[in-house]
Write a protein that binds this ligand. Structure first.
Ligand code: 5GP
Ligand code: ZN
Length: 114
């Protein structure tokens, strides 16, 4: 996926502030943070969104959720509470079509989201 922004971050062609990394996942700060902690957890391989990741059916979705929780612990928001969001498809506001979990925390989060 030569033209994918997040593949370029994986390839270190575009810089990012990496906060956590595993063999198959990478977590870095969102450049337009919506909360004091706003980290994106991505798969190193390219999947368009959470639907494609779910279809991968090889434990990779588990890895992403575990990485999201590890980020929350590392960012010290796990105890107080945090939110994990996958915007999936245009109607949900997905703008980057490489699967990413938003990990949000550090403030009271309203419900329902907009
Ligand atoms: P989406 O709208 O697809 O759910 O989320 C995409 C997210 O990627 C947005 O929150 C946006 O701020 C973030 N983003 C877009 N471009 C970049 C970038 O170049 N670097 C980083 N770290 N985040 C980005
Ligand atoms: Zn990609």
């Amino acid at each position: 996926m030569n033209d994918c922004l997040f593949c370029k971050i994986v390839a270190k062609e575009i810089p990012a502030e990496i906060v956590y990394e595993t063999g198959r996942t990478l977590a870095f700060r969102d450049t337009n943070p919506q909360a004091p902690t706003h980290v994106l957890v991505i798969t190193k391989g390219h999947y368009a969104n959470a639907a494609a990741l779910a279809d991968a059916d090889d434990g990779l979705a588990d890895d992403v959720l575990k990485a999201a929780h590890a980020v929350a612990v590392k960012e010290q928001v796990a105890e107080g509470g945090y939110r994990v969001v996958f915007n999936t498809g245009p109607a949900a506001g997905q703008t980057v079509f490489h699967v990413h979990a938003h990990v949000l925390g550090g403030r009271a989060l309203t419900w329902p989201p907009g």
